[in-house]
Ligand binder design. Structure first.
Ligand SMILES: Cc1ncc(COP(=O)(O)O)c(C=O)c1O
Length: 350
């Protein structure tokens, strides 16, 4: 029995799912055409259209930042505005890549819980329009599903936002770095969570949920593919050994691996969340709906966890209170969670 994993800092601290490693090894046999002209890439296109129940364009990249930035570049012109939550990964964590790739301006809007509200979006768009060419042109909205605060838009919430966006003349992008976790929470199909609600483009995450390095932009209007492919090449994101990106995504989307991994990660986060919330002085700051736990920990309890070697991040909170983010991944075992909870309980009892 191996020692419990003590690293809850991210879902990126996990390794690679065995089925994806095996797919990479299989793709490593022999030679294959480069730059996406290979059989794996063709198969991925067919598979993605099956998974999403319509013809889609799926264009793999190696990072979620690239998927977001290229999505924005396809949906917004250089003089455009892309509206997001103020805590969005696009706003806070991508070093301006969406602006760099598109020329558009990314505008963060206030939200209490990581979920953008239709009326907040409408107010911002109408405010911009009032200034004509003196402001950027409202072009797109981008929201994370699951959100940066570990919450998940219900289908009604996301549908209402996408409807309002369309009414305002905006395209709709979903940052799905944790899209599988959101699906596992919602229990709906990929189609129900995206194009059926009016989503135009999805950054489909895989790395956090078992891939080595593979994400993809999924466009629900395949006519946009050509623009995306030129944008990707220009951005230096077309892999020459493209089959290795496609092979990861094929394994990920096959046999329900992505949803199984995500459901497991969500269940481990829920176990952690319930266990921590039962302790005196501990307060969940957001409901745990995907694989992220945001929690206020009293200083002595946090100190005991750190002393025992547990790792997780302090998270910026509006009121400067000690809020921490702990993540579970497809690799997190119940024993890992229970080891953390045992340390926390012992500290709380002192
Ligand atoms: C919400 C969200 N979007 C996108 C990403 C993609 O990031 P990366 O470029 O590190 O793959 C992340 C990673 O932390 C994320 O949390």
């Amino acid at each position: 029995v191996s020692a419990p994993r003590r690293n809850f800092a991210s879902d990126n601290v996990a390794g690679v799912a065995p089925a994806i490693l095996a797919a990479l090894a299989a793709a490593n046999e022999g030679a294959a055409p480069s730059y996406g002209d290979d059989a794996w890439t063709a198969r991925l296109g067919t598979l993605a259209s099956e998974v999403f129940e319509r013809e889609v364009a799926i264009v793999p990249v190696a990072t979620g930042t690239a998927a977001n930035a290229l999505s924005v570049a396809v949906l917004a012109p250089p003089h455009g505005a892309v509206y997001c939550c103020q805590d969005a990964h696009l706003v806070r964590d991508e070093c301006g890549a969406p602006e760099f790739y598109s020329g558009a301006k990314v505008i963060g809007l206030p939200t209490p819980d990581g979920k953008l509200r239709p009326e907040v979006l409408a107010e911002a768009v109408e405010g911009s329009r009032a200034f004509g060419v003196h402001h950027v042109l409202p072009a797109a909205v981008s929201v994370a599903q699951a959100t940066e605060w570990g919450t998940v838009y219900s289908l009604a919430e996301l549908g209402a936002l996408a409807d309002r966006a369309r009414g305002l003349g905006l395209a709709c992008h979903v940052d799905g770095a944790r899209f599988a976790n959101a699906l596992a929470h919602l229990g709906c199909t990929p189609a129900e969570a995206t194009w059926r609600l009016g989503v135009d483009a999805l950054s489909l995450g895989a790395t956090k949920n078992g891939a080595l390095a593979a994400e993809a932009v999924v466009l629900f209007d395949p006519a946009r593919r050509q623009t995306l492919e030129y944008r990707r090449m220009r951005a230096g994101h077309l892999w020459s050994k493209h089959r290795f990106l496609a092979a990861q995504l094929i394994a990920y989307l096959s046999d329900g691996l992505w949803l199984r991994n995500a459901a497991h990660a969500n269940a481990m986060a829920a176990r952690l969340s319930v266990g921590l919330a039962a302790l005196p002085g501990v307060r969940l700051v957001r409901p745990t709906e995907a694989n992220e736990v945001f929690v206020h920990l009293p200083d002595p309890l946090h100190a005991a966890l750190v002393a025992a070697g547990f790792q997780y991040h302090r998270w910026p909170a509006a009121d400067a209170s000690p809020v921490y983010r702990l993540l579970a991944s497809f690799e997190t075992a119940a024993g890992d969670v229970d080891a953390l909870l045992a340390t926390a309980r012992a500290a709380a009892a002192r």
